[in-house]
Write a protein that binds this ligand. Structure first.
Ligand SMILES: [Zn+2]
Length: 565
């Protein structure tokens, strides 16, 4: 198909490609809605193309998963494992940003081949990087006024003039009992972003688009309880009012898909996918409390810590905390100063209360992740690398395997791995040392000690009733895609190679994924070209320069969504 005049490896005739991300979309919800005719545009795409499930990263956290989607590599090769990364030589964290992505990203592949790419709203991208096309930051960016939010920067003003005041993250915080305000806010942002995307694809044409909507994930985190009669506090009367909340958001993104189908027609390849699936959540596990109980984590023995421990045991701090959380942590930020807020949060046992000189392991994050307090890596690490480290990991895994659900007595922990079993690459050291799910993600985790809770299981502090699952969705349709293939064994690492193959570009053979050729037409299959390893890494020159208020803004947003644990 290629002619002598086209750049090396590029087909002049390659159709346009649109990859649409519906964060956390799951067939558990979509299949029945498609069957009932509630998502007509997705149904159309499924009928004309192929679809199936797609496996997320072994830690199904959005920044890790989307980084795998744009690099074709597992997290130990791109370096992003969560919304935050350990700060070198400290127990503090740094929030995710573009500079943390160490593997070659999708825009470099396309730009090097002379193709323009438009990238919109990937949650871990901030700041935007210069490229041929456009890029908008996502959820981990402070706000649109911050420098580096978009590339080219003038696009923000252009959107303000043509679409309306720019915003990129919900401004309301969800609260049971005042659902309307949050849901309206989510739908309003979705409508705005839909108009932004429609404008961008019309006014700033590219060869390839990667466009992400996060409202699907956010609404599932907060509104799953209204469709889950098994939710511990399910109220069939009240909750029925909001049983269509999640569906409303999917109908919004489906309508947006309809706009794109109408604008681009049949000569464009479409991929609709999620970075991970979704499912119900019934509470959280206080992993640090459990580590304390089994003697792996020790608290400082000074008076203030002992006083807090005493108060917490008598539920005094617990009461204060519940009052604070009634108005939502996002609002606390506006009511009290940062030091005062930190004081409140710290009162519930923070990392400041941990005696690192006696602690072998600690937990962090919203999913099951335990870190060994390793000598030479953690600032006050005590576990020697090598045999001693392996022993601690083995002990932790054995104890997790035996841990019963405090009420039912059934095994609580599922899918337990040491990091080297699920990740491989130069950034493996940045991963948690033991990774697991709690009853197949029915429970999230909290970094807090939860001393006011009856057991190691408690209620979600951010009123989450939904969370992630390992399997997401993938739907493909277009000139390069076969009809009626049921896609199987797909991984999100397959998306970058699939995009390259559909655009007629060579696919490096050192990626962790492969083109999803099972869903390709015969001629598209034959056109796949592999090249030997050219997925060279990116040097991280895009570290954001954030001030305190911007950092607080990012932290509050991620925290209110329950992403920080
Ligand atoms: Zn996600």
């Amino acid at each position: 198909m290629g002619t002598g005049s086209t750049p090396k490896g590029v087909q002049e005739t390659a159709p346009k490609l649109i990859v649409l991300g519906w964060d956390a979309a799951t067939w558990d919800l979509l299949s029945p809605w498609v069957a009932e005719g509630k998502l007509p545009n997705l149904a159309k795409l499924m009928q004309s193309g192929s679809y199936g499930s797609i496996r997320s990263t072994s830690l199904p956290v959005s920044p890790a998963a989307w980084s795998t989607i744009i690099t074709g590599q597992n997290p130990a090769k791109h370096g992003v494992f969560d919304w935050f990364a350990r700060k070198e030589g400290s127990y503090d964290v740094e929030y995710v940003h573009t500079g943390q992505i160490k593997a070659k990203p999708v825009w470099s592949y396309f730009n090097e081949a002379g193709k323009r790419i438009g990238v919109f709203n990937l949650p871990m991208l901030y700041p935007a990087v210069p490229l041929d096309g456009f890029m908008f930051s996502g959820l981990a960016a402070p706000d649109a006024a911050s420098s580096g939010f978009a590339y080219p920067a003038e696009l923000i003003q252009e959107l303000e003039e043509n679409v309306g005041p720019f915003w990129h993250a919900e401004t309301e915080v969800y609260k049971y009992g005042r659902e309307d305000a949050y849901l309206e806010n989510v739908l309003e942002l979705l409508d705005y972003q839909k108009r932004v995307v429609d404008y961008l694809v019309r006014e700033h044409p590219c060869d390839v688009y990667l466009l992400v909507f996060m409202q699907t994930d956010h609404v599932q985190h907060k509104f799953w309880r209204y469709i889950d009669p098994m939710y511990p506090e399910y109220d069939s009367g009240y909750d029925a009012q909001f049983q269509d909340a999640i569906l409303q958001v999917y109908q919004g993104v489906d309508e947006q898909l309809g706009d794109l189908l109408a604008a681009f027609g049949d000569d464009t390849n479409f991929v609709v996918l999620s970075d991970h699936g979704g499912g119900p959540v019934h509470g959280i596990m206080y992993i640090n409390r459990w580590l304390h109980e089994i003697g792996m984590l020790h608290l400082r023995d000074d008076i203030s810590t002992r006083a807090k421990f005493w108060l917490a045991k008598r539920d005094l701090i617990g009461k204060a905390y519940r009052i604070v959380s009634k108005i939502g942590l996002g609002k606390v930020a506006n009511l009290v100063s940062k030091p005062a807020r930190n004081k409140v949060l710290n009162s519930f046992m923070s990392f400041d209360d941990i005696d690192w000189t006696r602690t072998k392991a600690y937990a962090r994050g919203a999913f099951g992740q335990i870190y060994v307090n390793q000598k030479g890596r953690e600032p006050s690490g005590i576990v020697e690398p090598g045999t001693a480290y392996e022993q601690v990991v083995t002990q932790l895994i054995a104890a997790l395997e035996k841990l019963p659900h405090p009420k039912t007595g059934e095994p609580l922990i599922t899918d337990i791995y040491r990091k080297s079993e699920i990740f491989n690459g130069p950034y493996l050291e940045n991963a948690a040392d033991v990774i697991f799910s709690i009853q197949n993600y029915l429970f999230q985790s909290s970094v807090k000690m939860g001393l006011d809770s009856e057991s190691i299981l408690g209620k979600s502090e951010y009123e989450d009733s939904g969370s992630h699952r390992a399997d997401g969705i993938v739907v493909m349709s277009g000139p390069g895609i076969a009809e009626g293939v049921s896609i199987s064994d797909a991984s999100i690492a397959d998306i970058l190679p699939t995009m390259l193959a559909l655009a007629g570009l060579p696919v490096p053979d050192d990626l962790d994924g492969l083109p999803l050729s099972q869903a390709f037409t015969e001629s598209q299959k034959h056109a796949i070209k592999f090249v030997s390893g050219s997925s060279d890494s990116l040097d991280g020159t895009t570290t954001p320069n954030l001030d305190d208020s911007e950092l607080t803004e990012i932290e509050d947003r991620l925290r209110s969504l329950g992403y920080l644990g």
